[in-house]
Write a protein that binds this ligand. Structure first.
Ligand code: GAP
Length: 450
């Protein structure tokens, strides 16, 4: 994991948030290559949701939302993690994580009393990961919603929350989407956007951040179809990751043992990260809980009249909820390799062509030969018109350029040499095998796009 974090920083994928001020826990900033990778992740998901389905539309709702949204959703009263503080050094930890370390079963959905009973029975074994002592206070629930203040700060100002999930923005806009006249149940609303949580112990790089990005899709179905739809979405989302090229043996489905009170069923798609198996995406059968709550709190009629069955009902919701950051962490973990080529050690990111932020690098063999540089610029500009994500690289010798491009996962390097000037062919070098072949310039974009 440390090697991945170091490469991500060195090559401009991901930086610690507010780094020059000593860092800001739970935040990471995306650099030039990170933005390219993130865009590929979001595009692939958008394609799988919006373009492969005729009845899924996308929205973009506000990050600032009325406090009532989060009261209705249950987040104000029930969206919390179990916090425990070390009496010796003051470090704050998630009690369920400490219990996991000593082999005890607990999770964040247990109530305060339940988790205190378990914590007390293991108390004498639990060490503080920071100071190594065994002296903790009581476990208590810490709400995860991040708050903010807007307005002129008079007493009547409403408490403002930064959204804890993008899903609520979908529920509160479901009626607007329906009323715009293009959708009938079953249909889905998808959204990609930032979410914020006051995580007690943000950790494991991109895995648990305080500001992160979600890709959520809420599928509105007739109540009788909910279970079938749930099974179909669970299978579809699992196979989506296989289609992305993720190693099958590193993916698994896991059903939740403790369901939150409104959930009818919930499964995680888990990935085996460098630190072990953990959640990548959640698939939830949420019943009619969300729309019923928003109907009750807002007074708006959120029922649906079914033209076909002549029935009125609150649609049930099947949710697929994936994280952009966890997908990126998975892609980096999958792609990172160290090997040897021509007797030299190298670090390589074996991204698939779809996910590679840079699809090809173009360079002149020598940067002090104007005839090579001019020809290389010409080839670069022609390819860029068809494939925008290409890079010009003329720093250092050719070996150094190859190593640098391998490290950022560029699938192909294209060199313009003296032969190019006479026969209009270039050398194309494959990242994984190091094999080189001559390609005609006129065929280059086609070959690179394969
Ligand atoms: N609307 C349902 C929901 O938000 P969740 O399991 O809390 O469910 C869904 O989150 C997904 O969002 C997770 O599977 C994960 O990919 C991502 N996610 C949640 N919390 C995160 C965090 N603190 N940092 C990074 N990603 C997170």
């Amino acid at each position: 994991m440390d090697k991945i974090i170091s490469l991500a920083k060195r090559r401009g994928f991901i930086f610690q948030g507010s780094e020059i001020y000593g860092g800001f826990a739970g935040t990471y900033d995306f650099g030039p290559l990170g933005v390219g990778l993130r865009r590929n992740v979001v595009d692939a998901w958008t394609h799988a949701m919006n373009y492969e389905h005729d009845n899924i539309v996308q929205i973009d709702s506000s990050i600032f939302t009325s406090g009532k949204v989060w009261e209705a959703s249950g987040h104000v009263s029930g969206f919390s993690d179990p916090l425990v503080i070390c009496n010796e050094c003051g470090a704050k930890h998630r009690a369920d994580h400490l219990l996991e370390l000593v082999g005890a079963k607990a999770d964040e959905k247990m109530n305060e009393q339940e988790i205190n009973v378990i914590f007390d029975s293991y108390r004498t074994n639990i060490l503080c990961p920071i100071c190594g002592k065994k002296n903790f206070g009581k476990v208590f629930s810490k709400n995860l919603l991040a708050t903010s203040s807007l307005g002129m700060f008079d007493e009547k100002d409403e408490q403002v929350y930064l959204r804890g999930e993008t899903a609520q923005g979908i529920y509160i806009n479901y009626k607007n989407v329906l009323d715009s006249g293009f959708q009938k149940v079953p249909f889905g609303i998808a959204q990609v956007g930032k979410a914020f949580r006051n995580e007690i112990s943000p950790r494991q790089f991109l895995f648990r951040k305080r500001e992160f990005e979600q890709m959520e899709m809420e599928y509105f179905v007739r109540p009788k179809d909910a279970e079938t739809s749930f099974d179909a979405w669970r299978n579809e989302r699992f196979s989506y990751y296989e289609r992305l090229g993720i190693t099958s043996s590193k993916l698994r489905l896991k059903q939740h043992e403790n369901l939150v009170f409104y959930a009818k069923d919930a499964w995680d798609i888990q990935y085996e990260y460098p630190f072990g198996w953990n959640e990548l995406e959640g698939i939830h059968n949420r019943g009619d809980y969300d729309l019923t709550q928003h109907q009750k709190f807002s007074g708006a009629d959120l029922s649906y009249y079914d033209d076909e069955t002549k029935e009125r009902f609150i649609p049930h919701i099947i949710e697929t909820s994936a994280g952009v950051d966890r997908t990126i962490l998975m892609l980096l973990s999958e792609a990172y390799y160290e090997d040897e080529m021509n007797g030299e050690k190298r670090t390589i990111l074996r991204f698939t062509k779809n996910m590679a932020p840079i699809k090809a690098a173009v360079f002149p063999l020598l940067k002090n030969k104007p005839e090579l540089v001019n020809k290389a610029r010409e080839v670069y500009r022609a390819v860029k018109k068809e494939i925008p994500q290409i890079m010009w690289d003329d720093n250092g010798n050719i070996g150094k350029r190859y190593r640098r491009q391998d490290e950022i996962g560029t699938p192909s390097c294209v060199t313009i040499d003296f032969d190019t000037l006479s026969d209009d062919t270039v050398t194309m070098r494959d990242r994984d095998s190091g094999k080189q072949m001559r390609v005609k310039i006129e065929e280059l974009t086609t070959v690179l796009s394969k």
